[in-house]
Design a protein around this ligand. Structure first.
Ligand code: PLP
Length: 406
């Protein structure tokens, strides 16, 4: 498929919408992405025609729904190049995926005095579960620090990784700074020290090719809603050998082979980690979101977004009094900035009245805010359905904010 931006925009009904005084300009893709018709329609179709609980029924609808759910698992498996379907666990999103690992992996692999290494640029979802685990197990949380370009100080990695490091949990792409971390190198170094690695892929999966086999990561977590799929569905990829050693995270239906009052025998992978009724229609929605991305081509998406981000960064940084946070040469299409003497909330509210949706605040990364000595930023996160004309509107909007508050 050719990258035809007009045709692509036609696929996203929400983008045609007028807000206060004109067409919506949606630059809050880091928080959640919009959905193409193929995703909206398939969800409608499955609720209209096939809604039925999976795995437990012999009737037509249940079999049809189960088949679609398991097909979705295969689509994810192929998309990230996992070895097997059994390595793909459906969760409610990145947050649950990370909590699953923190609880389950933590239960058997982490002991008193062990170390878990995270970074200063993590989303709270990749900080708090590890703090909770460390408290539970009397383990130690260590941190890879940032520099002023918003990059990790990886020169310190050799010192930070010790024989006690059991897990490194690191983001693929920073949701605030846009920095793309050299995760393949980090994984290699961590493995050399005998540590496992979890990658928070919430901002990675939708912007570039992810090949878990090539990366050799032990876990990769992402959310459906950030890759044009529905909310309430997400993925935990884990190496089969490791997942097999981990105990279930939640108990309930579907994760068992047999139950007596005395004893339960747990189910096999991946069902062992999918207790209770899954978001099966959400999984079908995610399947179609991934197919949509595959149809365009993730490499074409990456190229278009990179070009758009360069255009936006150049234009925004030329505005006097604007400071961009996150200056790594290896960046995703996320631009965080502040305007001198103007609070980010005020700027966000004025931009909103100009029909421009940006996110303001800490973006669930308070340690980054502390590092830069700020209490928030304005964040424009760009997707392949955004255009240079929309970037121009944002630039005009920022100038208007300056005029109003100047
Ligand atoms: N990690 C990163 C880097 C994120 O950007 C986000 C969400 O913004 C999350 C984790 C949490 O994702 P979710 O709320 O979908 O679980």
């Amino acid at each position: 498929m050719d990258f035809d931006i007009n045709k692509i925009r036609e696929d996203f009904p929400i983008l045609k919408q007028n807000l206060y005084s004109g067409q919506l300009v949606y630059f809050d893709n880091g928080a959640t992405t919009q959905k193409p018709n193929s995703v909206i329609n398939i969800i409608n179709e499955y609720y209209s025609k096939y809604n039925s609980n999976i795995h437990r029924g012999v009737h037509y609808l249940s079999e049809k729904m189960t088949q679609a759910y398991e097909t979705a698992r295969k689509t994810v498996k192929t998309f990230i190049n996992a070895n097997s379907d059994t390595e793909i666990i459906f969760t409610s999103g990145t947050t649950e995926s990370i909590n699953l690992v923190a609880f389950s992996f933590g239960e058997i692999f982490i002991n008193e005095g062990d170390e878990i290494l995270i970074s200063e640029m993590e989303h709270h979802s990749n900080i708090v579960p590890w703090q909770m685990l460390c408290e539970r197990k009397k383990a130690k949380l260590k941190v890879i620090k940032l520099n002023h370009f918003g990059e990790l100080l990886l020169g310190e990695l050799d010192e930070l990784l010790t024989d006690k490091t059991k897990l490194v949990a690191i983001t693929h792409v920073s949701n605030t700074l846009g920095t793309i971390n050299p995760i393949k190198d980090i994984i290699k170094k961590a493995h050399a020290k005998g540590a496992y690695v979890l990658i928070d892929g919430a901002q990675g999966i939708q912007h570039q090719k992810v090949d878990v086999k090539d990366l050799d990561c032990d876990f990769y977590a992402f959310s459906g809603h950030k890759i044009y799929g529905p909310t309430g569905i997400g993925i935990l990829y884990g190496k089969e050998e490791l997942l097999n050693k981990m105990p279930p995270y939640k108990g309930g239906g579907d994760m068992i082979k047999s139950v007596t009052i005395e004893k339960t025998v747990y189910n096999e992978l991946p069902f062992k980690f999918e207790a209770g009724t899954s978001n099966f229609v959400g999984a079908v929605g995610l399947d179609h979101a991934i197919r949509y991305v595959q149809n365009i081509g993730i490499d074409k998406i990456a190229e278009y977004e990179s070009d758009l981000a360069t255009y936006a960064t150049d234009a925004i940084s030329r505005i006097e009094g604007v400071k961009i946070f996150g200056q790594s040469p290896n960046k995703s299409s996320i631009i965080s900035f502040n305007i001198e003497n103007i609070h980010h909330f005020d700027a966000g509210m004025v931009l909103d009245k100009m029909n421009i949706a940006v996110r303001t605040g800490t973006h669930c990364t308070e340690p980054i805010m502390k590092f830069f000595g700020i209490d928030g930023t304005i964040r424009a996160s760009l997707s392949f359905y955004n255009t240079k004309q929309e970037v121009d509107k944002l630039v005009e909007g920022i100038k208007k904010v300056k005029e109003l508050f100047g």
